[in-house]
Each structure stands twice: as C-alpha cells, then as structure tokens.
Design a protein around this ligand. Structure first.
Ligand code: DC
Length: 230
C-alpha cells in the first residue's frame, strides 16, 4: 500500500491531535505533534528565565537553542509518542496554561522555527506520517498528499480546552481559557514568519458540530481515495 504524508493544520484546540492520533493508529503511521515541540522550547525558556509575564530575552533563547534537544519516544501503554526535552519527559508541564500563554511568543522566533522545521522534515523523509501544527501543509510539507485545515468557533474550542484542564485538576476559569484561545489565534495568524494560513490545496473541516467519529470517518475516506488513485 502506498504511504503518504498527512498534514493537519488549524487553530488551537480544534482537535487536530485527536484526529491525527486516530489516523496514525488506523494506518499504522507515525504521529508527530509539532505543538509539543514549540511548547517544550517555551517550557525550556521559562525554566531558564528567558521568558516571563513581562519579559522575553529572545537573544538569550536563540543562543541557547543548540542546547535544546527534543525527542519523541513512543509510549506503548498510551499508544503514542511523548515529548522529551533534554532527556526528560515533559508531556505534563508543557500542557499547562502557563506554557500555553508563552508559547505563541516563542513560536514567533524565526530561529526557533527553522530549527524545529528542519527536525520535522527529517522525521517525514519516509512518509507514512501524520503531523499536526500550524504550518505543516504550507512550510514543513508543502507537497503532502493530504492537507486538512481544522476550524471551530473560539467558544467551542475554549469549552473543550476548559473541560480538559478541569479533568486534569488545573484550576482555571472558562474566561481565562477563552482569552488564551483568542490571544493565540491572533498571534498565530499575525506573526511574520509562517503565520497560520490555509494552504491552497487544503480541505477545510469545521468541526463545531461534528462528532470525533464522523470527522475521523470522513478523513479516512479521503485518505483511502488518495491511496487508491496512486
Ligand atoms: O497545537 P498547540 O496548541 O499545542 O501549539 C502550541 C503553540 O505552538 C501554538 O500557539 C502555535 C505554535 N505552533 C506553531 O507555531 N507551529 C506549529 N507547527 C505548531 C504549533
């Protein structure tokens, strides 16, 4: 069976990773969550006091980039890979609201982007990969056979994210989460380097009123069509 590259882009909390994981499992492809890589760099910047509520020492972060080693390690119990920063499993700390509030600023830095994009492209050399992010179909894999662009209203996404954080015991308000979602939408779409835009040949899916399963089945059909016609 022909192996393809699947690029999934879209706004934050649109369920990109849920769909990507379902596809990777079904097709036995590698799944790569590029947001986790940007989050890990933001977490590193926080740990080293390069970024905080009212400061960002961009130059210091750029100089420290060679010291940042990112790696995905497959966790068989979970069925997907987890993010490691310099040998430490950082899956949990990178998902906090604090990291979410700094990550877009870190993702604006061109030097950070080129380091991560290079690593992402290397991971895709053998195809059979599902990668999600903001610039996968436009910058990382402009030749991907299937490009999906996911959207949903800011309120729907904030509610989903809020429910997730509540379940994890994170004590945040819905208003705080909505504000974070809206701020990230703005920063992600307005940055100079690789802003979030829909690739010309991407298929747009608004999943405000779609169940996870309906969405998965629809995309699976798209994959099957492509693989068949190859
Ligand atoms: O998908 P996520 O919410 O975990 O992504 C975290 C942040 O990283 C998001 O605000 C934008 C940035 N990002 C990016 O700029 N490019 C990517 N390919 C993936 C994420």
């Amino acid at each position: 069976m022909r192996k393809i590259t699947i690029a999934i882009d879209g706004f934050s909390s649109t369920g990109k990773s849920t769909l990507a994981k379902q596809l990777a499992k079904q097709l036995e492809y590698v799944y790569v969550d590029t947001g986790a890589m940007y989050r890990a760099v933001a977490y590193f910047a926080m740990q080293h006091q390069y970024i905080g509520a009212d400061f960002f020492y961009k130059k210091a972060l750029i100089e420290a980039l060679p010291k940042i080693q990112l790696e995905f390690k497959f966790n068989p119990d979970l069925g997907f890979a987890e993010m490691y920063l310099n040998g430490e499993n950082v899956e949990k700390p990178i998902r906090t609201i604090e990291v979410s509030s700094f990550v877009s600023k870190v993702a604006e830095v061109s030097e950070v982007r080129s380091k991560l994009v290079e690593q992402q492209q290397e991971m895709g050399t053998n195809k059979a990969i599902v990668m999600d992010g903001r610039d996968i179909g436009t910058v990382v894999f402009p030749n991907a056979e299937l490009k999906i662009f996911m959207t949903a209203s800011a309120e729907t996404r904030a509610q989903r994210r809020f429910d997730e954080l509540q379940q994890k015991g994170d004590n945040v308000s819905y208003e705080e989460v909505l504000k974070n979602v809206e701020e990230r939408d703005y920063l992600d779409t307005h940055r100079e380097d690789s802003p979030l835009v829909i690739a010309e040949d991407a298929i747009e899916i608004d999943n405000s009123y779609l169940s996870k399963d309906e969405q998965f089945q629809a995309v699976l059909e798209l994959v099957e069509d492509i693989v068949k016609t190859a």
